[in-house]
Design a protein around this ligand. Sequence first.
Ligand code: NAP
Length: 270
Amino acid sequence: MSKFNNQVVLITGASAGIGAALAQEFASQGANLVLLARRKERLTAIATAIDPTGNKVLTIPCDVTKDGELEQAVALAHSKFTKIDIAIANAGLSVKGNLEDLSLADYRLQWEINVFGVLRTIYATLNDLKQTQGSLVVISSVKSYLSLEGDSAYSSSKFALRALCESLSKELAPYGISVTHVCPGYVATEIRRVDNQGIFHSDWQDHVSPKLLMSPEETAQQIVQGIERRQREQVLTYYGKLVVLLKRYLPWLLSWLISQMKIKEKHKKG
Ligand SMILES: NC(=O)c1ccc[n+]([C@@H]2O[C@H](COP(=O)([O-])OP(=O)(O)OC[C@H]3O[C@@H](n4cnc5c(N)ncnc54)[C@H](OP(=O)(O)O)[C@@H]3O)[C@@H](O)[C@H]2O)c1
């Protein structure tokens, strides 16, 4: 039997991509799920596909940028499942563009979702995780190690998450809480088809070569293994591992390669 059987897993940003795949993976291992995101109809479709009876899945519309919404969601989760063993702060947006293309409002939205949204998730679930000696999981990025031209908003938010997790893994260890900082490389999700304001465009193409993309399902399987091992950090995809290795040991080579290959992020339309 899986370690996660009947454990309660709360996931933010569960209506798409990595969050939805994590919901499927934990469900296949017998976990109870609390799924949060803004798009209710998407959450309902995912929950119904996982468990048509609704016994093991609770969906709650929740915007991680709104003070109080995570606390309300946790209260609802208690009324159905009484506890939370694993909290996964996954909801995210990727704002792209050079400083001069962006405004303070763009940076603020990026940090509200990617950094303060994670902090709201942590504050709302901390008491539960203390009681269950559970796991806090933060879905960050390889961009928590590398900031390309045109990527200051997104990368700065992910660098902040790496610092947050490094401190919290020490601060929360005495309570028996594990902290896992997850750094995926490119995953085949909708994130690059969502504009800087958070609107999804079904007609946009993902500019990343399919050869570099990991599937959300494989990503979720690897993340769940990392959570089971209570791993402190997890870097996913082969080139993601290469980037982090070069950044740590040969940063000048990584900078040279990036400038030779003219790798940069472009402003998203919209
Ligand atoms: N895909 C990649 O290549 C990649 C690489 C590295 C790291 N990551 C990270 O992985 C995480 C998941 O991204 P993804 O690739 O799965 O993207 P995605 O397919 O665009 O999904 C993003 C999820 O976040 C939710 N979300 C966005 N804004 C929200 C808000 N204000 N409140 C609540 N939920 C919100 C969305 O739901 P609603 O719109 O319904 O609210 C959606 O469920 C992010 O933190 C991202 O930075 C992704």
